[in-house]
Design a protein around this ligand. Sequence first.
Ligand SMILES: Nc1nc2c(c(=O)[nH]1)N(C=O)[C@@H](CNc1ccc(C(=O)N[C@@H](CCC(=O)O)C(=O)O)cc1)CN2
Ligand SMILES: Nc1ncnc2c1ncn2[C@@H]1O[C@H](COP(=O)(O)OP(=O)(O)OP(=O)(O)O)[C@@H](O)[C@H]1O
Length: 187
Amino acid sequence: MAAEKARVRKLALGRRDGIDPVARAEGSAAISEAVLALDLAPGAAISAFLPILSEVDLTETIARLDERGHPVGLPVMVKSGLVFRRVRPGDALVPLGFGTRGPGPDAPEIIPDVLLMPLTAFDRQGGRVGYGRGFYDRAVADLRAAGRFPRLIGIAFSVQEVAAVPMEPHDAPLDMIVTERNVFRFA
Ligand SMILES: Nc1nc2c(c(=O)[nH]1)N(C=O)[C@@H](CNc1ccc(C(=O)N[C@@H](CCC(=O)O)C(=O)O)cc1)CN2
Ligand SMILES: Nc1ncnc2c1ncn2[C@@H]1O[C@H](COP(=O)(O)OP(=O)(O)OP(=O)(O)O)[C@@H](O)[C@H]1O
């Protein structure tokens, strides 16, 4: 199981790393438009992410969601797992580990109603795999334990699709995946 996850992760990451900068920017713009076209409840709190490595760039999405009045949060790794701190366009960001950046400790936390989730590989059944550290899986488990059931939306380039991601009991299937080509809905 772990070996098969590692295999699809490597395969999809290789293809993601191979997207050229122009296609990456165009793909990110298309994904942003698709996310902004979803029927998000007014005022819903939304977690996003800023790109590391060759990830989709949601910078513009974050600005537009904020403009519409959505509290937007970025993931921060803390001892207990992941928390989401509110970010506003123009805020100063600090390094947060593994190349990630986000709001400092003074920023308020948000409890997301919608998670825009980074991933390495996905399949058409809602399967998702990340970098293999379980941060997002644990964040979803923690939210559910607190009685919260956020919508889980995977964000990826279409080349990150694989035939099947092996899913384990701790893996939360996605409700939706947005790529530059498709919006897949599972729930
Ligand atoms: N943009 C973004 N922010 C995020 C995440 C993410 O996946 N993407 N995270 C999601 O958990 C958390 C950061 N955690 C991370 C944990 C491990 C690695 C990691 O192992 N990176 C490898 C490179 C991947 C590879 O090539 O295999 C490394 O640095 O060696 C990255 C992020 C919170 N913020
Ligand atoms: N809810 C959870 N509680 C405790 N441990 C967990 C939980 N979810 C995942 N883990 C652990 O995290 C590790 C990585 O899991 P997995 O390979 O599914 O990560 P991933 O999906 O690639 O990562 P991420 O969720 O950060 O994107 C595994 O050892 C797993 O047991």
